[in-house]
Design a protein around this ligand. Structure first.
Ligand code: ARG
Length: 575
């Protein structure tokens, strides 16, 4: 473990235990970055209070225990411990990181099976920007968990079943399979749905057909199922197009739509009823998980079978959670879904615990995704109030990126490739860089900006380092020179990079990709300062110093590229 903050925490804890007894071995030494040193430890003040001793005296006692510490420790003010690490220690740790293909990122032991439910667009409606965000955040979490050594099972819980399919299939028959497939593959699911809906509302005969069709679909009529497949296959082809443009790792193998659970629903209800977890209430089968009450103070039901015998969203989720624990052997289940479904998931988790389907050692977590807002502060829509088609949105991102890099003199193919990476990177990074549960304003101008915590800025930072190596006439991997961070900017960059491994582990464990973005942004900023203040290729730089600085450039580049890759943000080699 090279993260200086962790190393210091452990060292100070040992010192505390030595000086004041083993019961202090787990105390938080409160290590923080400092203005006056690399770090400060603030523990002496709070400990002094508990021990009824003078804080400076306590600080001195800790300092005495740190005599063999690879750095200097000074007591200042009321009892701060100011800690400055030796250049030699930083150099050795940076070297270790440079030599480590994993850049200090550990693997978790024991490894877990993490089921990640994400993307999950609805076939009967449209794939909207909200699903874009669940897709992008979920995919980053999947990549992160795989990287730290967990077994990841992706589950794309498509909305592919339910009563709307009656009218959708009838509409498909009306316009003909070929036309329908064409529309759906082109991402016109919303228009398709609206056309079906308009007929359903205005045409009594159509409505009747749609109703009958729902019944034949549910009864498993082969012809109807075939039509449902025609509809679904075309829709999934569109989703896959969006995924592949975005570089999202979901494939057909990860499809686990609502329909997959149909054969399990009857048993789901029967078992919940038999175990007494569910009870009949006004004809509906309901679970009343403890602790949930409505505004009228009455217990809130999770309805798993409606009074007409129909199953719903909650039934499927109860079947799914049992399947994920029992069949997929999940140790942890992440639901990357809109924040507006928080109550639903809390109730599903509680009901599953109650049923004994979700044992204590399996965690189920709703990774809440905040709403995407337009610049007007309302739910993101087009000017005419329609929701925005994802392919149009991605087209626009690429168009704008193309304009932004137009004057750089690349041939058409290179330019197209860069524009694609910049456009997708901008959209993805914007989704990831704010905490997943906060709302955020979708703003092309901001996300495509080349300054600030944006995708293009991060991509540009890597391209800039690559161009240093092109000028040096070598590959980044060839820079193996001994890192000797002498200048303050070199030290600051090196110290920061050493925190990468620990940060990645935390980001995976806590589902917080935005903290990885913040780390990478800080990396790029520190690199900028370093590059301004520390010449690398200038002819008057001594060979060893040049080798050291090139190695630091290489380490920075690998850290940025690894980090961006974990986020799923593409990294063009030039920009
Ligand atoms: N299709 C749902 C929606 O668009 C999201 C499904 C999330 N996953 C789940 N297991 N309920 O709102």
């Amino acid at each position: 473990m090279t993260d200086p903050q962790i190393v210091l925490t452990e060292r100070v804890q040992q010192a505390l235990a030595h000086a004041f007894g083993a019961e202090h071995a787990d105390a938080d030494p409160l290590i923080r970055p400092s203005q006056f040193a690399d770090f400060q430890a603030n523990v002496a003040m709070s400990l002094a209070k508990r021990l009824r001793r003078a804080p400076r005296e306590v600080a001195e006692a800790i300092r005495a225990e740190l005599s063999d510490f690879p750095g200097t420790v000074e007591v200042s003010g009321p009892g701060f411990l100011n800690i400055t690490l030796d250049d030699g220690w930083i150099a050795a740790e940076a070297q270790r990181m440079l030599d480590d293909p994993r850049l200090g990122v550990g693997t978790v032991t024991p490894s877990q099976t993490v089921v990640i439910d994400y993307s999950a667009p609805n076939a009967a409606k449209e794939m909207h920007v909200g699903h874009l965000r669940t897709t992008i955040v979920g995919d980053a979490l999947a990549r992160l968990h795989e990287h730290v050594g967990n077994t990841v099972i992706r589950q794309n819980h498509l909305g592919d079943w339910g009563t709307p399919f009656g009218m959708l299939i009838e509409h498909l028959l009306d316009i003909g399979e070929e036309a329908a497939v064409g529309q759906l593959e082109a991402g016109m699911g919303t228009e398709f749905y609206q056309a079906a809906r308009a007929k359903f509302d205005g045409d009594e005969a159509f409505k009747q057909r749609a109703r009958v069709r729902v019944t034949t679909l549910q009864s498993g009529d082969p012809d109807t199922l075939r039509l449902w497949h025609v509809f679904m296959d075309a829709t999934v082809r569109y989703f896959n197009k969006v995924y592949s443009r975005l570089g999202v790792t979901l494939t057909d193998a990860d499809l686990a739509g609502e329909s997959m659970y149909n054969p399990m629903l009857e048993r789901t209800c029967a078992d919940l009823e038999a175990s007494g977890t569910a009870e009949l209430s006004e004809g509906a089968l309901c679970v009343f998980p403890p602790g949930f009450t409505g505004s009228d103070d009455k217990p809130l039901p999770l309805i798993i079978r409606k009074s007409d015998g129909g199953y719903g969203y909650a039934t499927t989720d109860m079947a799914a959670i049992r399947y994920r624990v029992h069949d997929l052997k999940a140790g942890r289940i992440l639901y990357v879904v809109g924040a507006d479904q928080a109550l639903h998931f809390r109730m599903v988790f509680a009901a599953a615990r109650q049923a004994g389907w979700l044992p204590d050692d399996v965690s189920a977590e709703h990774v809440q995704i905040g709403m995407m807002l337009g610049k007007d502060g309302r739910r993101f829509k087009t000017r005419s109030g329609e929701s925005i088609k994802l392919t149009d949105l991605l087209d626009e991102a690429v168009e704008r990126a193309t304009a932004a890099i137009a004057d750089r003199g690349y041939d058409a193919a290179t330019q197209a490739e860069i524009a694609r990476a910049v456009g997708m990177g901008a959209v993805k990074y914007a989704d990831l860089s704010v905490s997943h549960d906060s709302e955020y304003v979708f703003d092309f101008d901001r996300m495509l900006g080349f300054t600030g915590n944006t995708g293009p800025y991060m991509q540009y930072a890597t391209a800039r380092i690559r161009s240093i190596f092109r000028k040096a006439g070598m590959e980044p991997a060839e820079a193996q020179g001994a890192i000797t961070p002498g200048e303050p900017a070199e030290r600051a960059l090196s110290l920061h990079l050493l925190g990468f491994g620990e940060l990645v582990s935390q980001v995976a464990a806590q589902s917080e990709p935005h903290r990885l973005c913040a780390f990478l942004f800080e990396t790029a900023s520190l690199f900028s300062t370093f590059y301004e203040q520390c010449p690398v290729l200038r002819t008057d730089v001594a060979p060893e110093l040049r080798a050291s600085r090139l190695a630091l450039c290489s380490l920075t580049l690998r850290t940025l590229e690894t980090g961006l890759d974990l986020l799923g943000v593409p990294v063009p080699e030039r920009m």
